[in-house]
Design a protein around this ligand. Structure first.
Ligand SMILES: NC(=O)c1ccc[n+]([C@@H]2O[C@H](COP(=O)([O-])OP(=O)(O)OC[C@H]3O[C@@H](n4cnc5c(N)ncnc54)[C@H](O)[C@@H]3O)[C@@H](O)[C@H]2O)c1
Length: 259
């Protein structure tokens, strides 16, 4: 007799936004390696198709759909495509995001609106589109990718940290609503610290910049995270192993935030 809740995702279908590369792709690998099936949604068509093909080549069930998280119709189509491909939808990972590095004096309203539209409203649209399909599939889990910038800000996190804090609070409201309404859908946020993805570094050359070295030195574990370390946490929260976890913030940051 099994005495622990299972981390297996066998038979579970996931839709992950922004999963062509970076932390989203790592989440796709983690969900697949736990037995799940994955629909990769992204603006980057070639990279997204490539990631899906790599997953299939490793024996996993993975497909790509073009998704712009700013577009409600595209979200509806991505949810439909997932249900068509895998017979249901159990897991939504709202991972797509962009970062800007601008002070309050230099940020324009237009640029603030762009990042709000992707980081905050993109995740909101995703939840609205996916919840009916997750309910129809018997329940599941939503994981929203926030950031450790909800706690640690700098002069240039004006809009980015604001959107990520909003994602964390929106997550909690959705968690409470879905728990109280008996929907059997848990909702949690993941808060990565610095991870060496395209978003943060973009190129190997940037890894040697003094500010990047200082950032690394500030992390108690002395290194940036690897994308797979976020993916594993996403898969855990999506699984029954986290069956009593909802409305939580899980930091994946080598100890940076409590330091
Ligand atoms: N890398 C870090 O250090 C770090 C730290 C904290 C939080 N995060 C968060 O993790 C998430 C993933 O970031 P990453 O580091 O992998 O970055 P990344 O830039 O490598 O990946 C982001 C992905 O989102 C996609 N995307 C952007 N806008 C989109 C849109 N409108 N519609 C659909 N897809 C879109 C991109 O094409 C890309 O594939 C983001 O939400 C980011 O804010 C990253």
């Amino acid at each position: 007799m099994q005495r622990t809740n299972s981390p297996s995702l066998t038979g579970k279908a996931a839709l992950i936004s922004g999963a062509a590369r970076g932390l989203g792709a790592a989440s796709a690998w983690a969900i697949c390696e736990a037995g799940g099936q994955v629909m990769i949604g992204d603006l980057l068509v070639d990279r997204g198709e490539e990631t899906a093909a790599e997953l299939r080549a490793a024996g996993h069930a993975a497909q790509f759909v073009r998704l712009d998280v700013r577009d409600e119709a595209a979200w509806a189509a991505a949810v439909d495509a997932t249900v068509q491909a895998f017979g249901g939808l159990h897991i939504l990972v709202n991972n797509a995001g962009i970062a800007t590095a601008v002070t309050v004096e230099d940020l324009t309203v237009a640029d603030f609106q762009t990042i709000l539209d992707i980081n905050l409203l993109g995740a909101f649209r995703g939840m609205q589109a996916a919840i009916p399909a997750i309910k129809a599939s018997g329940g599941g889990a939503i994981v929203n990718i926030s950031s450790n910038s909800t706690r640690r800000v700098s002069a240039i996190t004006t809009s980015y940290a604001a959107t990520k804090a909003a994602v964390a609070n929106m997550t909690k409201s959705a968690a409470i609503h879905l728990a109280q309404s008996g929907a059997n859908i848990r909702v949690n946020s993941v808060h990565p610290g610095p991870h060496a993805t395209d978003m943060l570094l973009g190129s190997d050359a940037k890894a040697d910049l003094p500010e990047v070295q200082a950032l690394r030195a500030a992390i108690p574990m002395g290194r940036m995270g690897e994308a797979r370390e976020v993916g594993a946490v996403v898969a855990f929260l999506a699984s029954d192993a986290a069956s009593y976890v909802t409305g939580a913030e899980l930091f994946v940051d080598g100890g940076l935030t409590p330091h």
